[in-house]
Design a binder for this molecule. Structure first.
Ligand code: PHE
Length: 463
C-alpha cells in the first residue's frame, strides 16, 4: 500500500501530451470507435434481442466498462508513464508485481494488432475495389468468391496488412500530439459525416423499416446467460479497456481534463456510432432481401451486394469503406501506442526506433494471421489458426484479466484518497461523489462481474 497522501510521481522530461480537451476526446473516441462498431455491435444486437441486448450492453458499460476506462485513464495520468511503468510507479512500496498488468496489456495490444491489421487491410483493399467497381455484384455468390480471392491470396493478404502497418507506424512516429491527436481530430468529424450520409441513404430505401425492426425491437426472451456475457465482453472490447490502451492515453491527458466527464462522453459517442452503423447497415440489407449475417461475411460479402443493388451504390460503398477504414485506424493507433510507449520509456529507444521495432515484430507475427486463410490454413495451435488464436486469447483471457487486475489495483491497493485526488484533479473539480461511485464499482462490483465473464470465457463456469 502506498502512503495515504496522494503523490505525484515524476514523469519523463519532455514527454509528449495531447494539447487540448478536444484532442483528448478525438484520440480517445478514435480508440473506442473501430471495427467493433461497424459489424460487431450491429450484428450482435440484431441476433440477440435488439433493444433488450442494447439494454444489457448499456448496463454492462455502466457497471464495468466505464469504471474500468476511468480507472485506467486516471492511473495513467497520475503516473504519466507507459503501461508498465504506470503500475510500477503507483504501486510504490507494494512489492506485489502489479506491473504485470502493464506487461500483459502490452502483449494483448500487440496480439490484437496482429489480426486487426489484417481485417483493416481488407477494408482498405475494399475502398479500391469499390472505386474500380471490382467488388460490385448483386449476387452474394460472386461477392463471396471475390472476398475468398482476396483472403486466400498470400501476396494480397500480406500486401494490404503491410500497407496498414506502415501507415499507422508513420503516424505513431510523428508523435502523440502531432501524430495521433492531429490525425484523429481531423478524421473523427469525417467519420461522423460519412456515417450520417450512409444512414440517410439506407433509411430512405423502400422497405427500410424491416431492418430497423430487426435491429431494435426488444425481445427479452433472447437474454440468456451467454447473451448477457457476450454483451459484457462487447463492452470491454468496444471501450478499448483491459490492455493498457486507456492507461497509455491517460498518461497524455492534460492535468485539467475532467476524466469522468471525458470517459462518459466517449462512451456515449461510441454508442451513437454503433447505433448509426446499425442504422446504416440493416435497413439496406433488408430492403434488398439479404440475410443479416454476422462477422466478416456481413462486411465483405453482404454489404458489397447490398450497395450493388442500390442507386449510386458504388459511391456509397466507397464512403462506407472509407469510414470503416477511418474507424479502424483510430483504434489501431491506440493499440500501437501501447508497445511503442513501453519500448520508448522502459528500454530507452527513441520513439522512431521503438515504432520501427514494433513494426518489424508485427510484420513477423501478424503475417501468421494474414496467411491463416492461405499458406498457413492447416497450421493449427490448440485447434485454431493463428488469426483465431490471437482473437481468442486476447478477448477471452488477456482483456478480462487486465480489467480485473486494474480493478483490484485501484480498489484494493491504490485506495480511496488517491482515487479521490485523481478524479477531482487534486480537489479542483467537484467530482467527489462521482469518484466515490467509481471507486465503489471498481472495488466491489466490476471485479466480480469481470471474473464471471472470464470464467465463462474459459469454460470453467457455464450458463
Ligand atoms: N474499440 C475498438 C473497436 O471497437 C477495438 C479496440 C480494442 C481498440 C482494444 C483498441 C484497443 O473496434
Amino acid at each position: 500500500m502506498t502512503s495515504n497522501q496522494p503523490q505525484n510521481p515524476v514523469s519523463m522530461p519532455g514527454r509528449d501530451r495531447f494539447t487540448s480537451g478536444l484532442g483528448v476526446l478525438a484520440a480517445t473516441l478514435g480508440s473506442a470507435v473501430g471495427l467493433g462498431n461497424i459489424w460487431k455491435f450491429p450484428s450482435l444486437t440484431g441476433a440477440n434481442g435488439g433493444a433488450a441486448f442494447i439494454l444489457v450492453y448499456l448496463i454492462s458499460t455502466l457497471l464495468v466498462g466505464l469504471p474500468v476506462m476511468i480507472a485506467e485513464q486516471m492511473i495513467g495520468r497520475r503516473a504519466r508513464a507507459d503501461a508498465i511503468n504506470t503500475l510500477r510507479k503507483l504501486a510504490g512500496r507494494d512489492r506485489r508485481p502489479w506491473w504485470l498488468i502493464g506487461a500483459a496489456g502490452c502483449l494483448a495490444a500487440f496480439l490484437i494488432l496482429a489480426f486487426y491489421t489484417e481485417v483493416a487491410g481488407w477494408v482498405f483493399a475494399y475502398i479500391f475495389r469499390a472505386l474500380t467497381g471490382a467488388a460490385l455484384s448483386t449476387d452474394p455468390d460472386v461477392t463471396s468468391a471475390a472476398f475468398s480471392g482476396l483472403v486466400s491470396d498470400p501476396t494480397q493478404a500480406l500486401l494490404w496488412q503491410w500497407i496498414v502497418l506502415i501507415l499507422i507506424t508513420a503516424i505513431i512516429i510523428m508523435g502523440v500530439s502531432k501524430g495521433i491527436e492531429r490525425v484523429t481530430k481531423r478524421l473523427m468529424p469525417i467519420l461522423f459525416g460519412l456515417l450520417v450520409l450512409v444512414c440517410i441513404r439506407s433509411l430512405t430505401l423502400d422497405g427500410a423499416s424491416e431492418g430497423l425492426t430487426f435491429l431494435f425491437s426488444p425481445d427479452f426472451s433472447k437474454l440468456t446467460g451467454p447473451v448477457i456475457l457476450t454483451a459484457m465482453g462487447l463492452a470491454f472490447f468496444k471501450l478499448s479497456i483491459g490492455m493498457g490502451t486507456m492507461i497509455t492515453y491517460g498518461s497524455y491527458f492534460r492535468d485539467d481534463q475532467n476524466i469522468p466527464a471525458t470517459a462518459s462522453r466517449v462512451m456515449l459517442a461510441d454508442l451513437l456510432v454503433s447505433m448509426l452503423a446499425g442504422i446504416a447497415i440493416f435497413p439496406a440489407v433488408f430492403a434488398f432481401g439479404f440475410q443479416p449475417d454476422a462477422g466478416p461475411s456481413l462486411l465483405f460479402i453482404t454489404i458489397p451486394a447490398v450497395f450493388a443493388s442500390m442507386p449510386l451504390g458504388q459511391v456509397f460503398m466507397v464512403l462506407f469503406f472509407v469510414l470503416a477504414a477511418i474507424a479502424a485506424t483510430g483504434a489501431m493507433l491506440s493499440l500501437l501506442e501501447v508497445p511503442v510507449a513501453v519500448l520508448n520509456e522502459q528500454f530507452g529507444f527513441s520513439r522512431r526506433k521503438a515504432a520501427l521495432i514494433t513494426l518489424g515484430l508485427l510484420a513477423l507475427v501478424g503475417s501468421t494471421a494474414a496467411l491463416s486463410s492461405s499458406t498457413l490454413a492447416d497450421f493449427k495451435i490448440l485447434g485454431m489458426t493463428p488469426f483465431d488464436l490471437f482473437d481468442y486469447v486476447t478477448s477471452n483471457l488477456l482483456l478480462p484479466l487486465g480489467g480485473l487486475f486494474v480493478c483490484l489495483f485501484v480498489g484494493w491497493a491504490w485506495g480511496w484518497p488517491e482515487v479521490r485526488a485523481a478524479l477531482t484533479n487534486d480537489g479542483q473539480l467537484g467530482n467527489a461523489r462521482i469518484a466515490r461511485a467509481i471507486f465503489g464499482l471498481t472495488k466491489f462490483v466490476s471485479p466480480v462481474l469481470v471474473l464471471i465473464v472470464l470464467l465463462n470465457g474459459l469454460g470453467i463456469i457455464q450458463f
